[in-house]
Ligand binder design. Structure first.
Ligand code: SF4
Length: 374
């Protein structure tokens, strides 16, 4: 395991509020903030219940939902509760997701005055037609203003989140977005392919008109062009969708998810992992608040992973990162899996480096298919 991914657990807080709902999104969030004070009280109780089991973290991630929807006062009160209940290791990574539409002087001075050292801005595109298709509440002008302000006054590393593979998006439009993002020299870039889930408003709107979606070949071409351009610009393509300007700027928090380091998730719908147990909260703010008022954990369900589950997950997750798979896993493969892996190496999808099996760029592009075949 790399130095950057220490064994200390990570802490995730799911902030379940958004100003409006994007039609492609299937994360849990609501637009009505009337329960905000009750949610903050419930969150404080949830922290207290876990205080004995988890005490020190080296990453904190405020996600959602849209954390920047909350006022600096509400966010400060959550951060105060966090630091009163848990400890943060020296040089910890503290990330907050933000919407470009929320960036103003108050939010920026709040960021500067807190331990937040990474801001992930949900830019998604610099093309106003694409932003409108995605139902985003900001436009490209707002995204530019937010990035300039953040760079000038935020005092935190910048991550830019982008989406490609939107129906009717041309390669030219996507590359213009990518080039514009590069002008801000973000320390981190996440480039996600749009996935349309059937239970989202966009999925329902498209219905059976799947021909409007980007096909496999086109998605592959978006992926390869993105990876080539960003590596040429000096970024490390360290996970299927993630790029960092330097090794130490990779998302230490997300890497915990990929290498089974424990993490605690607080808030509605948040997931946690400790040892071989994974559990997750109800995706309902009402249920979350009610349970905690009765001093109950709002856990909807849990699963215990046996050695085989963990091994398969390590392989699945490893094939999605440049850390790859430990060569010792190789010896536990059955003959069919071993044959398939050898074929992938012969086809240039995987390569052996020291005692690890690492996906190449083409291997990363096909990581999901590769994992499904194994
Ligand atoms: S702002 Fe983010 S979390 Fe909220 S609905 Fe849109 S994509 Fe989902």
């Amino acid at each position: 395991m790399n130095d950057i991914t220490k064994n200390l657990p990570g802490l995730y807080i799911h902030i379940p509020f958004c100003v409006s709902k994007c039609p492609y999104c299937n994360f849990y969030s609501i637009t009505d903030q009337s329960a905000l004070p009750a949610w903050i009280d419930a969150l404080r109780l949830e922290m207290t219940i876990y205080a004995d089991e988890f005490d020190t973290f080296d990453t904190i991630y405020l996600g959602g939902g849209t954390p920047s929807t909350l006022s600096p006062k509400a966010l400060s009160s959550i951060i105060d509760d966090l630091y009163r209940t848990f400890s943060m290791a020296d040089n910890g990574e503290f990330t907050m997701e933000a919407n470009p539409g929320d960036m103003n002087d108050d939010v920026l001075s709040f960021i500067r005055d807190t331990p937040i050292n990474r801001v992930n801005l949900g830019v998604q595109s610099f093309d106003d037609d694409i932003l409108a298709y995605l139902g985003r509440r900001h436009d490209s002008k707002k995204a530019r203003q937010a990035l300039s302000l953040l760079r000038k006054k935020g005092g935190a590393h910048i991550g830019i989140d982008l989406i490609y593979g939107v129906p009717a998006q041309s390669m030219e439009s996507w590359m213009t977005t990518l080039e514009e993002a590069l002008r801000y020299k973000p320390e981190h870039l996440s480039c996600y392919e749009l996935t349309v889930e059937t239970d989202t408003p966009l999925g329902q709107r498209l219905g059976s008109r799947s021909e409007e979606l980007v096909g496999e070949e086109q998605a592959y071409s978006f992926f390869m062009t993105t990876s080539e351009r960003l590596e040429e610009a000096g970024y490390i393509h360290y996970e299927v969708s993630n790029f960092a300007l330097r090794e130490e700027l990779r998302s230490r928090h997300n890497m915990k998810y990929w290498n089974h380091t424990p993490y605690l998730g607080l808030g509605p719908s948040a997931h946690s992992l400790k040892g071989n147990r994974r559990w997750w909260n109800f995706s309902s703010l009402e249920r979350y608040i009610d349970d905690l008022r009765q001093n109950l954990l709002p856990v909807e369900d849990s699963e215990t992973l046996d050695e085989e589950d963990l091994r398969l997950e390590r392989i699945f997750l490893g094939l999605r990162t440049k850390e790859g798979i430990d060569g010792n896993e190789f010896s536990s493969f059955d003959p069919v899996q071993t044959g398939l892996l050898r074929q992938c190496m012969a086809d240039g999808l995987l390569e052996r480096r020291d005692n690890r099996i690492i996906p190449t760029r083409r291997g990363l592009a096909l990581a999901d298919q590769l994992a499904a075949a194994l």
